[in-house]
Structures are given as structure tokens and as C-alpha cells.
Design a binder for this molecule. Structure first.
Ligand SMILES: Nc1nc2c(ncn2[C@@H]2O[C@H](COP(=O)(O)OP(=O)(O)O)[C@@H](O)[C@H]2O)c(=O)[nH]1
Ligand SMILES: [Mg+2]
Length: 167
């Protein structure tokens, strides 16, 4: 079972994964180093099953594709508090959706940093990502949206549930 976590640099992937892992050493400074290469996290779910998630650093966008083979679930993280970054994130998201290696993958779109965002920005972000159009065009596909924060732990239960689903 391969799960990957993608998203622009600084969108909050590492902090999110640390939260999922319930890492005791999380603090605000522990994730400021951009992930170089890829980073693996193993998460123990409530049903005592373990899943391993591979974060592919945002700086590696040109070679994301190399990690798509065999991927069953994909977590795409966008920073909901940074609308400047969203359009570019949306373009990349569309590219990912079009990749034949991911045709059967379940997709989780994470709007991160909701602690410093607010509802209107969340709606704006989804509009800018053209999510409703994407859902229409990719109606066969399972796309779920979760609002999260690596600071407050918001959304972690939903994320864990999604990870445990149909393992
Ligand atoms: N306020 C806030 N800051 C966050 C959140 N998640 C990450 N950050 C900060 O954003 C920066 C980049 O986070 P990181 O997890 O390394 O991003 P990555 O490049 O996607 O792995 C760090 O300074 C984090 O402390 C969040 O949910 N809320
Ligand atoms: Mg990272």
C-alpha cells in the first residue's frame, strides 16, 4: 500500500505528518527545514494497522511523477492561508489528476494552516483550485477535502479515518 503526500513547498506537509504520527517532539520550529528528497512517516491507525506515507518535497515537483507508480492514496496539501500560492498549486493538482499512474488513486485534498485562515479564504481557495469543475470532470474519482492545521491538530481525526478506509 503506497501513500504519498505532495504539495507546494512550505504548505505544511511535514508538520501535518508529524501530527498524524503523534510525534511528541513537535514544536513550531521542528518543521522549518524544507524536506529535501523524500520523508517517510509511519502512522499507527486506531485499528492497529500501520500505514507508511511518503512526503515528496515541494522542490521536487519536476520529478513527482517518478513516485506515482503503485500509489493507492494521495494526500495533496495546500496552504489555505496563502492564496498567492493556490493557483499554482491548482495547476499542479490538475497535472497529478491527469497522470495515468494515479488513475485509480483516492485523493485527499488538505487545506492546511486553517488556524491562520478563515472560512472565506477556504471557499476562495477551493474556487481558485476549481474544485467543483475538477469533481465534475473526474466524477468517477474519490476526492475528499479536509480542513486541517498542524498547529492545532484540526482535521487529524478525519485524516486518520481516511487513511484507515479501504486499506
Ligand atoms: N500556522 C500554521 N503554520 C504551519 C502549519 N503547518 C505548517 N506550518 C508552518 O509552515 C512552515 C512549513 O511547514 P512544513 O511542514 O515544513 O511544510 P512542507 O514544506 O510542506 O513540509 C513551517 O514554518 C511550519 O511551522 C499550520 O497548520 N499552521
Ligand atoms: Mg516538508
Amino acid at each position: 500500500m503506497t501513500i504519498i503526500c505532495l504539495g507546494p513547498k512550505g504548505s505544511g506537509k511535514t508538520l501535518l505528518l508529524k501530527n498524524l504520527k503523534q510525534d511528541e517532539n513537535i514544536d513550531a520550529t521542528s518543521s522549518t527545514v524544507p524536506t529535501v528528497g523524500t520523508y517517510f512517516t509511519t502512522v499507527l491507525l486506531d485499528n492497529m494497522k500501520e500505514v507508511t506515507i511518503r512526503e515528496v518535497g515541494g522542490a521536487m515537483t519536476p520529478i513527482w511523477k517518478n513516485y506515482f507508480k503503485g500509489v493507492r492514496k494521495l494526500i495533496y496539501v495546500v496552504d489555505a492561508s496563502n492564496l498567492c500560492q493556490i493557483s499554482a498549486a491548482g495547476v499542479l493538482f490538475y497535472e497529478i489528476m491527469a497522470d495515468p499512474d494515479l488513475a485509480a488513486a483516492k485523493i485527499l485534498l488538505v487545506l492546511s494552516k486553517m488556524d491562520v485562515s478563515y472560512r472565506q479564504m477556504r471557499n476562495e481557495a477551493l474556487l481558485m483550485m476549481q474544485l467543483s469543475r475538477l469533481k465534475r470532470e473526474e466524477s468517477h474519482r474519490d476526492i475528499k477535502v479536509v480542513e486541517a492545521s498542524g498547529m492545532t491538530g484540526k482535521g487529524m481525526d478525519e485524516l486518520r479515518k481516511w487513511l484507515a478506509d479501504a486499506l
